[in-house]
Design a protein around this ligand. Structure first.
Ligand SMILES: Cc1ncc(COP(=O)(O)O)c(C=O)c1O
Length: 380
């Protein structure tokens, strides 16, 4: 009698997905292949490491498996992957992009628009009317969770609208990770990650990955990488594989902490609004409940009724939270987002918090003390 083997959960795949490789030695940890070149005639048909490398290939296979993709291509950074994905557009092609997409993506789109390479149109991706605005665009560019206000676009509806118009949908899934959201299952064509964030998880590497269902798109991304040379470092790919083995436990704790802080900070003095998709007050809370699985993410935004200078003072007076940009790592980070070019539209007192894996009561106490200095928060 044969029995069907049950499909493994993503938590299990994260631990074991990349460690089957070395059956010859029995090593539990996948090998780090640093070699830049390979002797001709090898069984794997490897030739040169700007084209292919076994350590990247393990990472690509692991991300593809988690995202439910046919293939994935790793890049030197999230931005290198984003640039490669935009290269899929024809000369002068058009992309419809979420207005709160990552600043680096918006900056690149402005640059490419200024050179005539492509045209970019920004829309409020949470507004149902925006679905009618795809027009003749070849690509729609969304994030599974916008940043820093954690907007949640309806990916299924966008995929259907994009396909009706003959456009492809790309979703940057960096903030949600494939544990919380799987855009390809909802109809997206491509998924992009800055693996420098949650996947790596330790603030010690720069890496990007783009995954998708269509082998032709994947092959074009791979060719682009070989031609342009935006390939990942072998060590970074190996570190990402190591980081991913603990992604499920890290992320689960980070989500719990973010949820805890969001609730503890809501309604406290001079906290005008806490932006977190897990709160019933979040404008897309219902959709987030449907579209996200196992948590609402590790980020929250705190809108303080204080001036920029006071908000900066909060950021520089914490002991545990570090005043730094980035997200998704084991250590908790906070910053005033309005300090960045392109984010001036945000309220001056808006802080973005990326929860790490420290004790949540310590985090609350540390933040509470810093907030109290400007008359805000639970200790004010
Ligand atoms: C959502 C998102 N996508 C892409 C990137 C770019 O990734 P990288 O910094 O690895 O180039 C970032 C970086 O902050 C990001 O937050």
């Amino acid at each position: 009698m044969t029995s069907e083997r049950p499909q493994l959960s993503r938590e299990t795949l994260l631990v074991h997905g990349s460690s089957r490789s070395d059956q010859r030695t029995g090593a539990l940890v996948p090998p780090l292949v640093l070699s830049a070149t390979y002797a001709h005639g090898n069984q794997e048909k490897l030739a040169y490491s700007r084209d292919r490398n076994p350590t990247w290939e393990l990472l690509e296979a692991a991300v593809a498996q988690l995202e439910g993709a046919a293939g994935a291509v790793a890049f030197a950074s999230g931005m290198a992957g984003i640039s490669a994905a935009l290269e899929l557009l024809p000369m002068g092609g058009e992309v419809v992009v979420a207005q709160d997409a990552y600043t680096g993506t918006r900056d690149l789109l402005s640059h490419l628009s200024s050179t005539g390479r492509l045209r970019a149109r920004r829309v409020d991706a949470t507004a149902p009317a925006a679905l009618e605005e795809i027009g003749g665009a070849e690509m729609v560019w969304l994030e599974s969770m916008g940043n820093p206000l954690l907007s949640v676009p309806d990916l299924r509806a966008w995929a259907a609208a994009a396909h009706r118009r003959g456009a492809i949908l790309l979703v940057d899934n960096t903030l949600a990770t494939p544990l919380l959201c799987r855009p390809l299952e909802l109809g997206a064509d491509l998924v992009a990650h800055s693996a420098s964030k949650h996947l790596g998880g330790h603030s010690d590497l720069m890496l990007g990955v783009v995954a998708g269902q269509d082998p032709e798109l994947i092959s074009r991304l791979r060719q682009h990488r070989t031609r342009q040379g935006g390939c990942p470092g072998q060590m970074e790919a190996w570190l990402a594989l190591r980081g991913m083995r603990t992604l499920a436990v890290r992320l689960s704790r980070q989500c719990q902490t973010a949820d805890f802080l969001a609730r503890e900070l809501t309604g406290t003095p001079r906290v005008k609004e806490v932006h977190y998709p897990g709160l019933a007050t979040h404008p897309q809370h219902r959709l987030a409940e449907e579209q996200l699985e196992g948590g609402f993410g590790a980020l929250l935004a705190l809108e303080l009724e204080v001036e920029a200078e006071a908000a900066e003072r909060v950021c520089t007076s914490t002991r545990i939270w570090t005043n730094a940009t980035s997200l998704g790592s084991v250590e908790s980070l906070l910053e005033r987002r309005g300090r960045w070019a392109g984010e001036e539209y945000l309220p001056p007192g808006l802080l973005r918090l990326s929860c790490g894996i420290e004790n949540r009561e310590d985090l609350l106490e540390d933040l509470g003390r810093a907030l109290a200095q400007v008359g805000a928060g639970p200790l004010a």
